[in-house]
Design a protein around this ligand. Structure first.
Ligand code: FES
Length: 194
């Protein structure tokens, strides 16, 4: 492993071959190429990429999810990290990023992207008629759960971070996060620098 890291340090860019190798072990959810060398010739060599790896974690089963009844989850960390508080919900209508037979199962962070308002009391914050989360108890932002958590109205400017889901049989797994969870410098505290 150390040998591989040394090799990566010498050739810090993410090549296509290296990307494919990495994605077999962890979910490669974030790739930042902003720091890449502008003189790159297009094959990726000579650039630097930052990749966040997420654990694959079982968070629900299809059988236990009832339409319009959100359930709490903790991802990408465990229940000792409040920034990981989120929820999974079967919307009953197809949604962006939705999984399951009807593509209607989605999951999101429960922290508002404005200044971290707590949206986890879904009995009050989930509006099933419109598939919207909110209004946030602090400054009233609402988020559309059918459109990747985009802002409908309010102070927030960033979409609610969406948890990437996979279905395997009856099990639903979280495998990554789209968007930066409020309060985190990066979602994965230990990003892999390659
Ligand atoms: S913290 Fe949610 S709108 Fe301000």
């Amino acid at each position: 492993m150390q040998e591989n890291m040394n090799s990566e340090a010498e050739h810090p860019c993410l090549s296509r071959r290296r990307f494919l190798l990495m994605s077999g072990g962890v979910t490669v959810s974030t790739i930042l190429l902003a720091s890449c060398n502008k003189s790159d010739d297009g094959d990726g060599e000579g650039q630097q990429a930052l990749v966040a790896g997420y654990a694959r974690k079982k968070i629900a089963t299809l059988g236990e999810l009832q339409t319009d009844e959100p359930a709490p989850i903790f991802y990408p960390y465990d229940n000792t990290d409040l920034n990981s508080l989120g929820f999974i919900v079967k919307l009953g209508t197809p949604a962006g990023g939705g999984v399951g037979p009807a593509s209607d199962i989605v999951a999101f962070s429960s922290l508002c992207t404005h200044v971290g308002g707590d949206l986890s009391n879904t009995k009050k914050t989930y509006m099933k008629e419109h598939k919207i989360l909110g209004p946030c108890p602090l400054h009233l932002t609402t988020f559309d759960l059918t459109r990747h958590g985009m802002v409908v109205a309010g102070h927030a400017t960033e979409s609610l971070p969406q948890i990437v889901l996979e279905v395997d049989g009856d099990d639903v797994y979280a495998t990554g996060v789209l968007g930066l969870i409020y309060g985190k410098r990066d979602n994965a505290d230990l990003p892999i620098v390659i």
